[in-house]
Design a protein around this ligand. Structure first.
Ligand code: NAP
Length: 474
């Protein structure tokens, strides 16, 4: 066990619980045990829902919820390096990227606090219809009830924050199930919420067998909304199995970028090299497919490759590291096999491609649209580079997968930018910025196979509340 290894229990109804069964959390880089977490299952999940129901019965006023959220942001700031190190150790995320994630979590809590203070319904203009004469009507926003939250490994702090902070803003208690590979950041956040004054039962954290915990969240009628971030295979099944709940899905992508011939090629190459390989490509909006309009192709390759080759691959805890490991051996082997498949179908590997312990940033050119590295989500340090005849061809190819989370376009032409924003079938389109860009107040979420909701505290709070109409006869 590493010298810094931490031991954490489950949080249920304000109590830290041991179960006698422990789950080991290992660094994806050193393979050392960096923490042990009490493992729960169906019983603990039911108890957590009981505790959340009790919390719901004693609502916290909005100003108190906002105060707690602001305090959590401050506590993350005070323990910033510890939070970043926890993320880095359990996820293998380069420490400089983990520090950004910790800062973004502060921002997520801060924006959620604003939403708690603004939470209100709206007036209904009753006298605009004859039937409404003499009546006053307005809506109020009510918490939907207990929320089940399921989070992935890749942003173990900020994607938990994007669920639990808006839930508290909305007045909803949560049962959180973080990813088994990265539960430590979630439990540290829970500790900070407790320290900030959150009463017992408002945030409950159960780590353990996913299907067992998931089944209880799906089947228990007291859970009114499930917010899930992760893979489509798991997410869409949850939705099918819980038709009477709100099931909000944030899923994957195969993120495309178009570089038009009039773009600032040097600037685009810098942004895309950084954003295709940050956290070894394990972000749902990591740049994966680059389509360059014909005349700019050679210049783009010339600018892009040295920037990719300059990225430092290695120990995530080293301040200089840009690219660390992928999450586990299964992921590494799958990605290596996909690279080989593309290579043997005639694609040209321009950088990386070796399949050792750490995958090097890999650039593959002239890849067919049916190759897995093109149409599936790689979730690894791989980018494909294709030449197109026109921006319109690039848009068609960008739209040619089942995914629709974010896409980007680099161009100097307003007309091209607006045409791309109109035609790209994605939840978000970035112009002259990598589509990996996200700021935490933005509405963020996909269409098609990429999901059915938007996160960002203002949007998440809307999902987590119900509007109730009040009509008064004067
Ligand atoms: P995953 O394997 O789907 O796991 C996500 C979460 O679901 C984990 O907590 C996992 O638990 C849990 N889970 C697995 N099976 C379950 C079941 N039967 N019932 C209930 N929960 C279950 O995804 P991942 O590998 O952690 O994350 C990578 C994926 O997330 C990628 O596709 C990525 O694009 C997507 N993602 C999307 C966004 C977005 O905002 N759109 C952001 C980040 C990531 P265990 O860990 O215990 O298996």
């Amino acid at each position: 066990m590493a010298a810094t290894a931490t031991e954490r229990k489950l949080l249920i109804g304000g109590e830290w619980i041991e179960t006698g069964d422990w789950l080991e959390v290992r660094s994806p880089y050193s393979r050392e045990v960096v923490g042990r977490v009490a493992r729960g299952g169906a019983d603990e999940t039911r108890r957590a829902i009981d505790a959340a129901e009790r919390a719901l019965a004693e609502p916290l006023p909005a100003h108190k919820r906002a105060e707690i959220l602001v305090k959590v942001a401050g506590l993350i700031g005070r323990r910033h390096e510890e939070v970043a190190r926890t993320i880095s150790e359990e996820a293998g995320k380069p420490i400089k990227t983990a520090r950004v994630e910790a800062s973004r979590a502060m921002s997520t809590y801060t924006f959620a606090a604003v939403e708690a203070r603004k939470l209100a319904g709206e007036m209904v203009p009753m006298e605009s219809a004859q039937a409404g004469e003499g009546k006053l009507a307005f809506t109020v926003r009510r918490p939907i009830g207990v929320i089940g939250a399921i989070s992935p490994f890749n942003f173990p702090c900020n994607l938990v924050a994007h669920k639990v902070a808006p839930a508290l803003a909305a007045g909803c208690p949560v049962v959180l199930k973080p990813a088994s590979q990265t539960p430590l950041s979630a439990l540290l956040l829970a500790e900070l919420e407790e320290e900030a004054g959150l009463p017992g039962g408002w945030l409950n954290v159960v780590v353990g067998k996913a299907s067992e915990i998931g089944d209880v969240l799906v089947e228990d009628e007291r859970v009114k909304l499930i917010t899930f971030t992760g893979s489509g295979d798991v997410g869409w099944k949850l939705q099918e199995r819980a038709p009477r709940k709100r099931v909000k899905l944030e899923l994957g992508n195969s993120t495309p970028v178009i570089v038009a011939s009039d773009a600032d090629v040097e600037g685009a190459a810098s942004k895309l090299a950084a954003n295709a390989f940050s956290f070894a490509g394990q972000s749902c909006i990591s740049v994966q497919r680059i389509y360059v309009e014909g005349p700019a192709f050679d210049g783009f390759v010339e600018a892009f490759l040295p920037k990719v080759e300059a990225l430092k691959v290695g120990d995530p805890l080293d301040d200089e590291t840009d690219v660390g490991p992928v999450i586990d051996d299964d992921a590494r082997e799958r990605i290596a096999a996909w690279i080989e498949e593309a290579r043997s179908s005639g694609a040209e590997v321009l950088a990386g491609g070796e399949t050792g312990e750490l995958l090097k940033p890999t650039v593959i050119a002239h890849v067919g649209d049916a190759e897995k590295v093109s149409c599936e989500e790689v979730f690894g340090p791989v980018v494909i580079l294709n030449r197109t005849e026109s921006v319109d061809e690039a848009i068609d190819r960008a739209n040619g997968t089942r995914f629709g989370l974010q896409a980007g376009v680099f161009t100097a032409s307003l007309d091209t930018a607006l045409r791309a924003a109109d035609r790209l079938e994605f939840g978000g389109v970035t112009i002259n910025e990598a589509p990996t860009f996200r700021s935490d107040q933005m509405p963020y979420g996909g269409i098609k196979a990429s999901g059915n909701t938007k996160e960002g505290p203002a949007w998440a709070v809307r999902e987590m509340t119900e509007e109730r109409l009040v009509v008064i006869q004067r």
